[in-house]
Design a protein around this ligand. Structure first.
Ligand code: 3AM
Length: 180
C-alpha cells in the first residue's frame, strides 16, 4: 500500500521565504521547508495496482500552465480552536479547473469522489492550543505577504508517515501545456 496525494510543489525561493516565517507561535509544528506545497487532492492509502491506474490517468490529463497567486494568512478550526495555519492561494479559474480535472480522472479510476470543498492553501503549521494573541500577531504580521508562482506541472506525491514529519516523495511529475 502507498499513501498518495496530488499537489503543486513550490519553487525553492518561495519555500525558503515561507520557511523563514516559522517562528513566534508556541505550540506550533511548522511545516518543514521541503514539505511546503499546495494539495490539489488527497488520495490516501491505495494498492500498487490502483497507484498505477492513478498515474496513468494523471499522465493523460491535459491542462494549461498558469500563474498562481499566493498571499494572506488564515486558520482552519477544529473543535472551535485554530488547528491549521495557512497561507492563502487565490481560487482562480485555471487552478480550480486543474483540480476538477484531477478529481474527474481519479473518480474514473474508481476512487470515491472528494466531498469536501476545495479550499486552496499552503499549510504553514499545525497547532495545538496556540496562545491567540501570538497567533493574531503572526497573522497581522504576515497577512500582506503575496507572491506569484508560475505553475508548469503538478505532481503525484507519496507520503510516508513515521515518527516525525511526513516524508513526501515526488513519484511522478505531469507537465501542463504551455500558457497561451
Ligand atoms: O495540504 P495540507 O497540508 O492541508 O493534511 C494533509 C495535507 O494537507 C492532507 O493531505 C495533505 C498531504 O498529506 N490529508 C492527510 N490525511 C487526510 C485525510 N484523511 C488529508 N486530507 C483529507 N483526508
Amino acid at each position: 500500500m502507498i499513501r498518495l496525494f496530488v499537489g503543486i510543489p513550490l519553487p525553492p525561493s518561495l519555500r525558503r521565504q515561507l520557511g523563514s516565517f516559522a517562528a513566534g507561535i508556541p505550540n506550533a509544528r511548522w511545516t518543514p521547508e521541503e514539505n511546503l506545497h499546495l494539495t490539489l487532492r488527497f488520495i490516501g492509502e491505495v494498492d500498487e495496482t490502483t497507484a498505477g491506474a492513478v498515474h496513468d490517468a494523471l499522465a493523460e490529463l491535459q491542462a494549461p500552465a498558469f500563474t498562481m497567486t499566493v498571499g494572506g494568512c488564515g486558520t482552519f478550526e477544529g473543535g472551535r480552536r485554530p488547528v491549521t495555519l495557512w497561507l492563502g492561494v487565490e481560487r482562480q479559474p485555471a487552478l480550480v479547473r486543474l483540480r476538477d480535472k484531477v478529481e474527474s480522472a481519479l473518480v474514473r479510476v474508481g476512487l470515491p469522489a472528494e466531498s469536501r470543498r476545495f479550499q486552496p492553501h499552503i499549510t504553514l503549521a499545525r497547532m495545538k492550543d496556540p496562545p491567540l494573541p501570538k497567533l493574531h500577531a503572526f497573522v497581522a504580521g504576515h497577512n500582506l505577504f503575496h507572491d506569484s508562482v508560475p505553475v508548469t506541472s503538478f505532481v503525484l506525491f507519496s507520503s510516508h508517515l513515521g515518527r516525525g514529519e511526513p516524508i513526501y516523495t515526488a513519484e511522478a511529475e505531469y507537465p501542463l501545456t504551455a500558457d497561451s
